[in-house]
Design a protein around this ligand. Structure first.
Ligand code: FES
Length: 111
């Protein structure tokens, strides 16, 4: 792959991307705090991430609450049958709206 194109598509500095694509993956990639922080800074917020399966949100009001990286995310099937994702935080003073797991709700309310 052309590195300039890869840079545009991946949003990583070309020099950094080159070092990742032409080297052996070492064990520290899986244990390094610095590498994890770089991934959450430069990679994971810019790509699609799986929060669950649509089959887990069968009926209106079904939800999945999941921590993804540093964020808690709420996936909900609405009455219009659309699945939406929200940051799991109240816009008033930042209370967490739901705790991890799946469930059923009538509406999204601050506790
Ligand atoms: S934090 Fe005040 S209403 Fe949610």
């Amino acid at each position: 792959m052309n590195l300039e194109r890869a840079h545009r598509e991946q949003y990583l500095p070309v020099e950094e991307l080159a070092s990742y694509t032409h080297s052996t993956i070492t064990a520290d990639r899986f244990t390094s705090r610095r590498f994890l922080d770089e991934e959450w800074e430069s990679l994971w917020p810019r790509v699609w991430l799986m929060g669950g399966r649509a089959s887990e949100l069968e009926k209106a009001g079904d939800y999945i609450c999941k921590d993804i990286g540093r964020d808690s995310v709420l996936l909900v099937r609405g009455r219009d049958d659309t699945i939406r994702a929200f940051f799991n935080v109240c816009q008033h003073r930042g209370s967490q709206l739901q705790f991890a797991g799946n469930g059923q709700m009538r509406s999204i309310k601050c506790p």
